[in-house]
Design a protein around this ligand. Structure first.
Ligand code: ZN
Length: 237
């Protein structure tokens, strides 16, 4: 089975569309590590698509915020403004769908999906030291939340960072892999990020899809969202 692994779409339809074009024919099933909405201008279009096509989805902190399940005081002013805008524009069906999304870890075959970390959906795994002490349930877990493509492997020699290159999953280690963010990358590469996992080959390939952030930035302004949310898409940061 080949899985398209995506995370942190953040209501950016243009970036998602580019990922789907680039990944076309390379996957059987779509899995999603959360943050479908927040920041971006097309939450309903994105959630409609997720509802129709995603086989498994875990909730992200912005999904919770948009449906009143998270305290907005933890959000910076821009994220808070976007969360309020999103909550007002969501259709009732999409609101109910987001409110019902499960908390990770969510098991899929012999691997799992989480938003933040296997023990805390809101925790950021950025450095190997953030991962030290974690004992994931599965050899392979996919996570999101940091918007940084790549991840870590946990071995008897310690925790090591992995660059966003092809990874062969073997049983001697545990892997925490982040497909990167579709709709708001923060690793200084503005292209939409994703990963493909082939469970027969036990192989994960990271990839990026180019799109035009100017299109999304214009929609952000037209929606009345903070302009900075469009500007950061050009920097990928
Ligand atoms: Zn996010």
């Amino acid at each position: 089975m080949r899985f398209l692994i995506i995370s942190d779409i953040h209501a950016n339809w243009d970036a998602l569309d580019a990922v789907l074009n680039r990944a076309e024919g390379k996957y059987d099933i779509v899995l999603n590590c959360g943050d479908l909405v927040g920041y971006g201008p097309e939450p309903n279009r994105v959630v409609d698509w997720c509802r129709a096509t995603n086989a498994a989805v875990v909730r992200g902190n912005h999904d919770k915020a948009a449906v009143g399940l998270a305290d907005l005081e933890w959000f910076n002013p821009v994220a808070k403004a976007a969360a309020i805008w999103t909550s007002e524009i969501l259709t009732e069906q999409n609101r109910m769908y987001l409110a019902a999304l499960p908390v990770g870890p969510l098991a899929v075959q012999d691997f799992s999906l989480v938003h933040g970390s296997p023990v805390d959906e809101d925790e950021y795994l950025v450095e190997p030291s953030d991962v030290g002490g974690l004992i994931p349930d599965h050899t392979l877990s996919f996570f999101g939340h940091t918007h940084l493509q790549g991840g870590f492997y946990l071995h008897r020699t310690g925790v090591h960072s992995l660059a966003a290159e092809s990874v062969f999953v073997d049983e001697t280690a545990a892997y925490l892999l982040n497909p990167g963010s579709v709709g708001q990358p923060r690793d200084h590469d503005p292209r939409a990020a994703f990963a493909i996992y082939d469970s027969e080959l036990q192989r994960v390939d990271f990839d990026r899809a180019e799109y035009d952030p100017a299109l999304t930035a214009r929609k952000i302004v037209e929606a009345g969202l903070p302009e900075v949310l469009g500007l950061r898409l050009f920097r990928g940061a």
